[in-house]
Design a protein around this ligand. Sequence first.
Ligand SMILES: [Ca+2]
Ligand SMILES: [Ca+2]
Length: 242
Amino acid sequence: MRALPLLGLLALGGCSQTIDLDPATDDAPRAPIEDACAGGTTQFASMEVRFPEREPGCNWGEGGNLDPAQSVITARTEDVVALAMPEGAAICDVDFDFRGAESDEDDEDEQTIRYDDFFLLTLDDVVLTASYAPLVDALDAQGHLRLYDWDNIAGTPIGFDDAESYCLGEAEGLSTCEIPPAETSGAISLDFGEQIVSELSAYAYDAGRYEFSFVTLGDNDEAVDCSHAAFRFTVHVEYVAF
Ligand SMILES: [Ca+2]
Ligand SMILES: [Ca+2]
C-alpha cells in the first residue's frame, strides 16, 4: 500500500494525455506491473519455502474452529511462511519446483504430501491448490482467483470418496497441474499460465505481502487430524521493483 502513490506517478507518466482521476482503480496496478515487467529490468530470485512437520491436533472449539463432528470440516491449522521479496516488488513470472532436495536420502525427485484430512496451499489469500475441490466452491472469487477464508469453509460436509483436487486456473484451461492423491507419493507440479500469474501478481502487490500458508483441515479424529508431513518447495521468481 505504501508504494501506491509511486505507482500512481508511474501510471501518469505513461499516459500524460489522458489523466484518469477515477478513484475506482481496483485493477489499476496491473497495467503498470505488466509494463514494468516488459521493460527489461526484471530481476530473478530463488527462495525455498519449508513447512515443518505438524503433529496431529486441531484445537477444536478454539479460534473460530468448530467442535469435532464426523465428516464435516470443523477445524483448521495454518502454517505461514513469508517470502523475502524486496519492498515494493511485483511478480512478473513465478515457477514452483516441488522436487525434493538433492541432500535427501530417501527420494531425490519426488516428495509425498502427507496430510489429514485435507490441505490448501495459499499465496496471501489466493488458493493455489487444494486437495479437495468442493472446499473452494464456498470461497469468494476475484477474477479467476479464489480467496481463502476459514469462515466460508467451516462446516462444509466432506465426501471422502470423491476427493477431486483443485488447482488455480486448471478448470479454465489456464494452468497445468499434477497433484497426487492423498497418502501417495508422486510428482507434484503447479504450472500457472500467464493470465493467472498476472492476477496473482496484482493481488499480492495490492496486499503488500508474499505469504504462503499451508492450511490443514480435520473433522473429528484426534489421532490424525490437522497433521501434515514436512513439505517444501522452491519458488523461482522473476520480479520488478518499483
Ligand atoms: Ca472422522
Ligand atoms: Ca479426519
